[in-house]
Design a binder for this molecule. Structure first.
Ligand code: GTP
Ligand code: MG
Length: 343
C-alpha cells in the first residue's frame, strides 16, 4: 500500500530545508512516529546535506529537477503505511507541460496525490506587498494547479472520490517581525489566508455543503514552522524583486513544529479511505480522460485505467482495516494545525 504526498511551492520558499529537517526528525522518531527509508542509501542522501547544514551552517543548494523517495511510516514500531515523498524545484510550477517534462510530472503528481504540502515563506508573506507575496509564493499558480486537477470535478459533482488534504507550511517563522508572531501568529494567518484566498475560498465552499459532501473531503490547515529555530538565524538582507531574504544561520538549528503538517497530511488521508472505495471504474475513467496526454501518460506509466483502478481499490481495503491506528495519527496533528478557513 502506498500514499503519495507531494511537496511543492515557489522557488526558494524553503521546501528542501523543510524536507531535510522533517526526514531527520522522523528518522530518529517523534511522538511514537518514525519513518524508514526504503534503503540505507536513501537515508544517506538526505542526511548528508542535513549534516552540512547543522555542522557547516550551510543552507541546502537550490533543487535541480525533482526527487521522489519511498518511505515507511511506523507508529510504536508497527507499520502503518508506505508513502512516496516528492520534492520539486520551485521553478517547475511556473512552466507549461508542453515546455517541460518536469512540469508535466508535477501536474501528474498533483492529480495522483492523496495529500499536498504547500510550502510558502512566512517572511515574504509578512514583509512584501501582497501582490508581490502572491507572485513569490506562486500562490496563484498553486491554486491554478489544484483547481485544474482536484477542485473542478468536485464542483461539478463528478467523481465522489475527489478530495485532497492540503497542509500549508509557513516557513522561516523565526525571522518574522514580532507583530506577526503576537497572539499566536494571528496576523500571519490573516495574511496567509489573503495570499492563498483561492484555495481558502474553495475549501470554504466545500465546507458549506457538508450535507452532501463529507467535511473531510478537503481538510485544509496551516502552521508556522522554523527549521532554524527562534533566535538562531538573522536576516542579512531582506531582499527585493525576485531576490528573497538572505539569511545567516548563527547558532545550531533547533527545529519547531516540523512534523505536524506531515502527520496531518498522512492522518487525514488515512481517515478519508472510504472515499476511495466509492469510486467506480467509470468515474475514474471519466476523470482521467479529461487530462492532457502529457499528464495522463505519466499517471498511467504503461498501465491501463482498469489496472490503476484495481490498485486503488486494494489500497482502500487495506486502509479500512486500520481505523484504530489512524485515529492515533490524526488526533495529535489536528490539534496543532490552524484551519485555513477562518472561524
Ligand atoms: N530564517 C530561516 N530561513 C530559512 C529557513 N528555511 C529556509 N530558509 C531560507 O530559505 C532559503 C531557501 O530554502 P530552500 O529550502 O533551498 O528552498 P526551496 O524551496 O527548496 O528552493 P528551490 O529548490 O530553489 O525551489 C534558504 O537558503 C534559507 O536562506 C528557516 O527555517 N529559517
Ligand atoms: Mg529545493
Amino acid at each position: 500500500m502506498s500514499l503519495k504526498v507531494t511537496l511543492f511551492g515557489g522557488t526558494g520558499q524553503g521546501k528542501t530545508t523543510y524536507t531535510l529537517a522533517l526526514l531527520y526528525q522522523m528518522a530518529a522518531g517523534i511522538d511514537g512516529f518514525r519513518i524508514e527509508a526504503e534503503d540505507a542509501d536513501t537515508s544517506t542522501k538526505y542526511l548528508n546535506p542535513w549534516r552540512d547544514f547543522v555542522i557547516a551552517r550551510k543552507w541546502p543548494a537550490p533543487t535541480m529537477g525533482r526527487r521522489e523517495d519511498t518511505f515507511s511510516l511506523l507508529f510504536n514500531n508497527e507499520f502503518i503505511t508506505e508513502f512516496r515523498w516528492v520534492d520539486y524545484q520551485g521553478g517547475a510550477i511556473n512552466i507549461t507541460t508542453d515546455e517541460s517534462d518536469e512540469a508535466a510530472q508535477l501536474h501528474a503528481d498533483i492529480q495522483e496525490s492523496n495529500a499536498v504540502i504547500i510550502v510558502a515563506d512566512a517572511f515574504t508573506i509578512a514583509t512584501r506587498p501582497r501582490i508581490e507575496a502572491e507572485m513569490l509564493t506562486s500562490s496563484t499558480y498553486i491554486f491554478n494547479l489544484l483547481n485544474s486537477y482536484k477542485f473542478k470535478e468536485a464542483a461539478r459533482g463528478v467523481g465522489m472520490a475527489q478530495g485532497i488534504t492540503i497542509a500549508l507550511v509557513l516557513t522561516k517563522a523565526d525571522i518574522l517581525p514580532e507583530e506577526y508572531k503576537e497572539n499566536n501568529y494571528q496576523r500571519l494567518f490573516e495574511q496567509a489566508r489573503e495570499v492563498f484566498r483561492g484555495v481558502v475560498s474553495f475549501a470554504e465552499e466545500q465546507r458549506a455543503h457538508t450535507s452532501s459532501l463529507r467535511p473531510w473531503l478537503y481538510p485544509a490547515a496551516m502552521i508556522p514552522v522554523s527549521v532554524a529555530g527562534e533566535g538562531n538565524a538573522s536576516v542579512v538582507d531582506p531582499g527585493r524583486g525576485y531576490e528573497l531574504a538572505t539569511v545567516n544561520l548563527d547558532n545550531p538549528p533547533d527545529p519547531v513544529n516540523i512534523h505536524y503538517p506531515f502527520l496531518y497530511a498522512i492522518g487525514n488521508e488515512l481517515d478519508r479511505n472510504a472515499l476511495y472505495m466509492e469510486e467506480q471504474e467509470e468515474e475514474l475513467e471519466a476523470r482521467l480522460s479529461k487530462l492532457n496526454r502529457n499528464v495522463l501518460n505519466r499517471i498511467l506509466r504503461g498501465r491501463s485505467i482498469k489496472q490503476v483502478h484495481e490498485e486503488r481499490q486494494a489500497v482502500a481495503e487495506k486502509l479500512s482495516e486500520m481505523e484504530p491506528k489512524i485515529r492515533a495519527v490524526t488526533t495529535v496533528a489536528n490539534k496543532k494545525m490552524r484551519s485555513l478557513i477562518p472561524s
